[in-house]
Design a binder for this molecule. Structure first.
Ligand code: SF4
Length: 489
């Protein structure tokens, strides 16, 4: 806190340097002036493994007095959520906490990082075409990211990043920051894709594409679906076409059909034949059958070859989710006539549906912690980078596991649904605020020129006002790991 001329307090936790009047909060709502004291508004989140395992709940204290209860090692982990930031980074991190884990002295350096270099990677489980790769993604009319490479059964968006946060107009930066914050905190965001769909994205929830909630992600591509279900179709139908924007499968031509001895049907597919029974570009991308633009499946067929086809030939056309299907029989002129789906084929369509996983949105926060933030950990920042690369220092985000990218820097990704709720904040520079913890052996911390004079014991935290104890999620590993870090392989 910097001195102020009146009874305001000056917050120096980010470059905005707010003057905060008594009883008011700063521009980010993270800090406030309480009786002349600068306080972090949100409670410090402490993870408790005993609670996760069904142990007694530790009561919250309203008096502000320490109840004398000592936080248990190694069952307690101080996260950076609510810890605050000590910008500029020449100051040590707000909390550098020592604890003993299975007889080894450990330390966790805890800080809320301010990330100008950050964004989210969004996986939207749907075959529906959301927009062409590289097209802009807009929120509130502002560009906040772009469509990136389609993955298996999912459309991918890359949102945020320093260029949208700082490289465009003020409004673009503000809206980008708002959008990232909403998504990281598990809130919905409405995104419009240039020349494509409008999609409501929310981590861990089904996407809503053009107002329609997506139920299922596809069972596989059209060719994979033929491979998976060929046996179930054999004998019940003469030909199957699995319609897919990427690889449409045709049973009689496919290796799986040949293996079962299914005879040629004289079917003629539009699109580009890749290998037998696999066709690309049978239609253009869209929100219809199998991620194509078609609503009439016969539009991707040419006339049947009269030398091979026969009247009465049974044809099933189905999409990769089983959401769309139609059954036909060829008449005397070898023209497909739609008929009611026979019971045995209904079962196979239901099997496709059953094998489709629920469609979800996944949001991974990605940020670079390899910059000035490191100075809050050590006098010699590159030592922290090396220590992370050597797996001597374990990085978590609000106690959640992260993936550290190989190569330079400390670029990490975390699934936002594994981080305790409302762990993310923002500052109006604009940038996102995210918790980050570095845990390592105390001896290794000393070796990397850590701020040893700032180390405080876990016991000194007590159980105080302004803390919130949460159980660690059952599917998150305990941040101290199954063995102390620092064991070189
Ligand atoms: S925006 Fe928030 S963190 Fe930044 S100076 Fe103002 S109150 Fe402090």
């Amino acid at each position: 806190m910097l001195p102020a001329a009146d009874d305001s307090v000056r917050c120096d936790a980010c470059p905005v340097i707010c003057y905060i009047k008594p009883g008011r909060a700063g521009a980010c709502d993270r800090y406030a002036n309480r009786d002349g004291e600068l306080v972090r508004v949100d409670p410090l989140v402490i993870l408790n493994r005993t609670l996760a395992q069904g142990g007694a709940v530790v009561p919250f204290h309203k008096t502000g007095d320490w109840d004398g209860q000592i936080l248990q090692e190694p069952e307690t982990f101080v996260t950076a959520i609510g810890a605050g930031t000590t910008y500029p980074d020449y100051k040590p991190a707000p909390f550098i906490v020592s604890s003993e884990v299975r007889g080894v002295d450990m330390v966790t350096v805890v800080t809320e990082g301010i990330f100008s270099y950050c964004g989210v990677k969004v996986k939207v489980d749907t075959d529906r075409h959301l927009g062409a790769e590289r097209n802009l993604v807009l929120a509130q009319g502002e560009p906040v990211g772009h469509v990136t490479t389609v993955e298996y059964g999912s459309q991918m968006l890359s949102l945020g990043g320093v260029n949208h946060l700082t490289g465009g107009s003020k409004s673009e930066g503000r809206v980008t920051c708002e959008t990232l914050l909403a998504l990281c905190n598990g809130k919905p965001a409405e995104l419009c894709i240039e020349g494509g769909a409008t999609v409501i994205v929310q981590a861990g929830k089904a996407p809503i594409v053009n107002g329609v909630r997506e139920d299922r992600m596809r069972v596989g591509c059209g060719s994979a679906a033929i491979g998976m279900f060929a046996k179930q179709w054999h004998g019940n139908v003469d030909e199957v076409v699995v319609v897919d924007d990427h690889i449409t499968g045709v049973l009689s031509e496919h290796r799986a059909g040949k293996f079962l001895g299914i005879v040629d049907t004289g079917i003629k597919m539009k699109g580009r034949r890749s290998t037998p029974g696999r066709y690309f570009q049978v239609a253009v991308p869209g929100t219809g059958w199998g991620g194509t633009n078609i609503s009439e499946p016969l539009s991707i067929l040419g006339p049947f070859n009269p030398e091979k086809a026969w009247a009465g030939l049974r044809l099933l056309m189905v999409s990769t989710t089983g959401e769309h299907f139609a059954y036909y029989e060829l008449d005397q002129g070898l023209v497909p006539v739609e008929r009611e789906l026979p019971a045995e084929l209904k079962e196979s369509v239901e099997r496709i549906q059953e094998n489709c996983e629920p469609a979800l949105c996944t949001v991974l926060f990605m940020a670079g912690a390899g910059g000035s933030l490191r100075a809050g950990v050590t006098e010699n920042p590159v030592c922290l980078t090396r220590s992370v690369k050597e797996s001597l220092t374990h990085v978590t985000c609000g106690g959640a596991p992260v993936y550290i990218w190989p190569g330079g820097g400390i670029t990490f990704m975390v699934d936002v649904t594994r981080v305790p709720e409302n762990a993310f904040g923002y500052v109006p520079t604009p940038a996102l605020v995210a918790p980050i913890e570095f845990t390592l052996r105390l001896a290794d911390y000393a070796a990397l020129e850590g701020h040893m004079d700032q180390v405080r014991s876990l016991a000194s935290f007590g159980n105080r006002e302004g803390q919130r104890q949460l159980p660690q999620r059952w599917d998150n590993p305990w941040p101290f790991g199954s063995r102390p870090f620092g064991v070189r392989q």
